[in-house]
Design a protein around this ligand. Sequence first.
Ligand code: DLL
Length: 442
Amino acid sequence: METLAKSIGKTTRFFDPIETASREAITKVKLERLKWTVKHAYENNPFYRRTMKQHGITPSNIKTLSDITKLPFTRKRHLRENYPYGMISVPLEEIVELHASSGTTGKPTVVAYTRGDLENWGSLMARTMNMQGVSSRDIVYVALGYHWFTGGLGFHYGGLRLGATVVPAGTGYTRRNITMIRDLGATVIAAVPNYMIRLAEVAGEMGVDLKRDMEVHTALLGAETWTEEMRSRIESIWGIDAYDVYGMSELYGPGAAGECHVHDGLHVWEDHYLVEIVDPKTGEPLEPEERGVLVVTPLTHKAMPLLRYWTNDIAFLYDSTSCDCGRSMQRIGRITGRADDMLVINGVNVFPSSIETVLLKEEGVSPNYRVIVYRESGLDKLRLEAEADENVPKEKYKALERLVQNRLKEVLLMNPRVEVLEPGSIDRVDGGKVKRIIDLRK
Ligand code: DLL
């Protein structure tokens, strides 16, 4: 994995030859590794051995890639039930790093890495970042959490592997971050999309001009749902390219998939991850281009193999595996939400991302918003609260409310209440994920 293929300009430079391998070669690697993973889980993990026995399956039943559907799904609750070390499939002394989710909705989920796992993760992140135009000449400013969260260390390891200069900034201290991004001449920022907007707001307050005073050319963004409209906004405020990076702690962290410069879907690193899209209700496989739950089987995880992990993220698989960037790895559409984020409002399915798309089409409204759903006289009602941009005078708020309301009406097939608020009125977690949905019907 380590060899940097010949450099022939940004768009055709590959970190690993497998990125452009033939479909036959990719399928061969996937099948070999799938067999290894199932055997490893069966032989070294009591939870998987028990589950597979209950389903009457042994590793020898996995002969083709489609045999994977014989295996049951692994869900987050299985990780919680086996807290803290029950999913680990190597002796504890082989574990060199542990992370855990914050555990706000139950016990935390612990994820573990052997030294080999960390090397794979670093290589996959290097591959992703290289695809997104990062090189050894860059100064990568990592404005993501470094503690339990995998975001900070994921970009850190990837940057180191590329030979870039990595700044482990973390989140918080936003004014200091602006000063350091400027003074160090950082060229790449890794962050949560919303934090790029926050940084821009604070830079404005400090009189720092993002285009004149900064060297940043690229932002590597992920960890929460974001839209094309959010990308356009970030790109135009900063004058940079913004790339989508997908991952989750259970899949090492960031770096399971990412966008190339074509910005049309995210390439999945198929030699390390086998992905399926299934119906959220029945679990049956869906066709390409059909939206459903992303289910992932990591193919090289040693410390914590997972079989058919139900990510709960909603995406679709592209029909074609050819891309203008030259990579032959399959693509998924950007994540549009989590299966449990989907709101059913008077029988209509609505994702927060479709609300964001409408909202950000309007000049003057910021991406700081939240949606409150409640019930009145037996009917579902929706209130959208969104902050105005800094430069919008208060007299304009009412007109903005009407504009957004009219547009939302068409998407939601109902009449929402819209409130435009002063900048800074909605609580946010600095650099963290924002709670966009408040469902008072539950
Ligand atoms: O968020 C890892 C990560 C860090 C990915 C930085 C990308 C960049 P978790 O905290 O375990 O890990 O959260 C994983 O975040 O199941 C998705 O719901 C969401 N998510 C991650 N990347 C994206 C993305 C990290 N690019 C959960 N688009 C996942 C939309 C994303 N949602």
